[in-house]
Ligand binder design. Sequence first.
Ligand SMILES: Nc1nc2c(ncn2[C@@H]2O[C@H](COP(=O)(O)OP(=O)(O)OP(=O)(O)O)[C@@H](O)[C@H]2O)c(=O)[nH]1
Ligand SMILES: [Ca+2]
Ligand SMILES: [Ca+2]
Length: 641
Amino acid sequence: MATKRDVRILLVGDVGVGKTSLILSLVSEEFAEDVPSKAEEITIPADVTPEKVPTHIVDYSAHDQDDNVLEEEMAKASVLCVVYSVVDEDSIQRLTTHWLPYIRRTLGDDHHTPVILVGNKVDQTDYPTLESILPIMNDYAEVETCVECSARTLKNISEVFYYAQKAVLHPTAPVYNAEEKELTPLCRRALTRIFKICDKDNDNVLNDEEVNAFQQKCFNAPLHHQALEDVKAIVHKHTSEGIINDGISLKGFLFLHTLFIQKGRHETTWTVLRKFGYDEHLALTKDFIAPKVQIGTGSTTEISHNGLEFLTTLFQKYDEDYDGCLSPPELKNLFSTCPIMPWGPDVNNTVCTNPQGWISLKGYLAQWTLTTLLDLPRTLEYLAYLGYHYDHETQLTAIHVTRDKKIDLEKRQTTRNVFRCHVLGGKSVGKTAFLQGLLHRNLRYVATLNREHLSSFTINTVQVYGQEKHLMLHEVDVGMSDMLTPTELDCDVACLLYDVTNPRSFEFCAKMYLKLFIDSKIPTLIVACKAEHPEIRQDYEMTPAQFCNHYKLPPPQLFTCIDKVNNDVYVKLATMAAYPNLKRLVHMLLVHQRPLWLEDQLRHLRNIFTDENKLYIQIGLGIAVLTGFSFLSYKLYRSVR
Ligand SMILES: Nc1nc2c(ncn2[C@@H]2O[C@H](COP(=O)(O)OP(=O)(O)OP(=O)(O)O)[C@@H](O)[C@H]2O)c(=O)[nH]1
Ligand SMILES: [Ca+2]
Ligand SMILES: [Ca+2]
């Protein structure tokens, strides 16, 4: 079948009804007495057709072609004109006794190829004949329209081909139920989504400014003031509550489109639908919801400034009581332009919420950050549903693809804002509590949560040297004997948990470190959970402190979340993720005297890295240099060499 960018019109019908004459009259604008049995295929270039699409007109003649060829042509056509002669009763009969059933048999009962009934030779009668044809339209839904014409007088000739084009480009069936005289449910849904996107201030009416923005978007021109007033007057006259506060309500908007279609102006509605991404079946096109994007290995995806702005505005639009959180109805409303509600109850335990458990702006943006990192196609798809295109060409501008992490490592600095941390640990060591701690939730609060609504991810912002970064924790379910694939292992920092009250729990950390991380470049932190209890001896050949010292890991971090959760461990993880390869730099720096003005930074570092372990403080120094004073580190680096 021809694509919608290419209309292919096939004329069929009984012998002698005037198919070839019709085509030749259109092309030469005059009637020829002598025509060949079959016209050659004609292509009309896009710029001379009313709808600006290349159009092919194909003739058929039983003299030259058998049924097989005809059926192949039918399958290729985007619209079929069944021609009859208004003065030949037989040819009218044959519409229902032969042609329409034959088309169904050939194309399948539920085919989408529109059919137009063309009554030729009206010059030979003084009576309108359409009456006998109209009932056929009711019996055959695929019949888009009927038109009477004459190849001899050229009456309605261009209309025949215009309607045929229109039937392909602006079909009625998907948008309008002619029997019920109302919009189809799909069309209502699509227009409702469009209305919501255009209703920028979310007051359920389109004010003049909103209407004009909509006009500009769909038709590249605003509506003149008087025209707009006229439209509103029509809506007001025909629908109660079509106009509210001098603006067009959803009801009024739907009425307007019904009116357009009833007046044969389908193209108005279709233009609107197409601008908002719909295809001929009223589904959003693939290009629209899934634009192609290349992500190289080592790169990650984050939300760009444009994306953040869009998502924030959207949040504010639906935060109707301005409390900075989305209540369940507000959240539902925000996603009402999407086919399904994408966020389940687990999201409320993945990101920050208010004490009621409602998602805050910060939590909302964090959830988008998480989706963009883990499942970019989903972010792109939802941006499309949510109307990102209304103000932007493509949702790709909402996304930032980071450079390859390898380059970050080489240059020893990163512009990334989102880091992923794998959290591993044996059974019951406190992984969930550790994940929830990132959301500043203590154990008492976590105990109140429905376990089925917990998530194996949490994400929140963390300050890394004055810069806000997102840290995402992922509880990786891995048994002692499991191996992780390189993709599963892919993270910026690893966190191994043990339980100070369980003597067998450190062994898991040690084994996991030796198996998965020792040869990787992934910085690793060991965390001692439940640290409000005294630490008991671990059944392992080395104590955790010895182990860390031996493998040049930062010493075990004490962590407790029984009451107030201390954020330090998360800051540390994010810092290690952002500056993974400091060890080498550090040693070089230490040979030199520190300039005084680094002292502040250092004090800050010591506060975070409170442990005695020298190496780690050394790493900290490296970080300070890297973040604020990279030119200095360069000089020192030179002088060391
Ligand atoms: N009066 C009148 N005669 C027409 C009109 N259109 C075609 N004819 C005549 O009808 C006859 C058949 O016309 P064609 O164009 O060959 O018909 P066709 O449908 O192509 O026929 P086949 O190729 O045999 O299937 C010719 O004598 C035409 O001159 C018309 O609009 N009015
Ligand atoms: Ca012919
Ligand atoms: Ca509004």
